[in-house]
Unconditional design. Structure first.
Length: 202
């Protein structure tokens, strides 16, 4: 298919107004937080997977490329949502630092989950264990292919070693998206903690 879009003007800028208001993204004080960042990453991954489902293809080369941003976006969503829960919980309980120093570096989702899970259970002891089990199961599946949270960010580490194993692997992106949909329960925990904070006078 021929791309009929005009070539960008030489002096065009990111913030240029050209009349296509439906494609303007607005960034302000209302959307610069963990919650919105996390949701944006997850929505982007969902859009990518849905696009691959809807598109008719003869070959799967594109899937083999898009698997990297898809998994990165989903793991980034999880990292930010879990850190959001930790920060909200510590703020509610007047604990500092809001995000422990041990979580300031690295992207290992299982390590962040080990901090967030007891905080969720403490603030809401009657929550459904099924929801937590779904989250834990999804995290275990992601950790199985990317223990450090780096393999879908960069191909190699600083020493030049590949993050992913030499053996080929197959990842079902539809199953991945369905697994991530079960993580929506984390959004509810985040919203609940925010409500408690507001009721506490925050």
């Amino acid at each position: 298919m021929i791309d009929t879009r005009p070539y960008p003007k030489r002096d065009a800028t990111l913030c240029e107004h050209d009349g296509e208001l439906q494609l303007y993204a607005y960034i302000g004080n209302w959307n610069k937080d963990f919650y919105t960042y996390a949701k944006g990453y997850k929505d982007a991954a969902d859009f990518l997977v849905q696009g691959l489902i809807n598109e008719t293809r003869t070959y799967n080369f594109q899937i083999n490329e898009l698997v990297f941003p898809v998994i990165f976006l989903y793991t980034q969503y999880l990292e930010l949502r879990l850190k959001d829960i930790i920060v909200l919980s510590n703020r509610l309980n007047h604990k500092t630092p809001l995000l422990p120093d041990s979580l300031q570096q690295g992207h290992a989702i299982d390590k962040i989950w080990s901090h967030a899970k007891p905080l969720i259970m403490a603030v809401s002891p009657k929550i459904s264990r099924d929801g937590l089990e779904d989250v834990e199961n999804g995290i275990k599946q992601l950790i199985a292919v990317d223990p450090t949270g780096m393999a879908f960010r960069y191909p190699k580490d600083r020493k030049g070693n590949f993050y992913l194993p030499k053996e080929p692997a197959v990842i079902n992106l539809v199953h991945l998206r369905e697994t991530m949909q079960k993580m929506d329960v984390l959004d509810g925990y985040s919203e609940y903690l925010e409500v408690l904070w507001q009721e506490d006078g925050g």
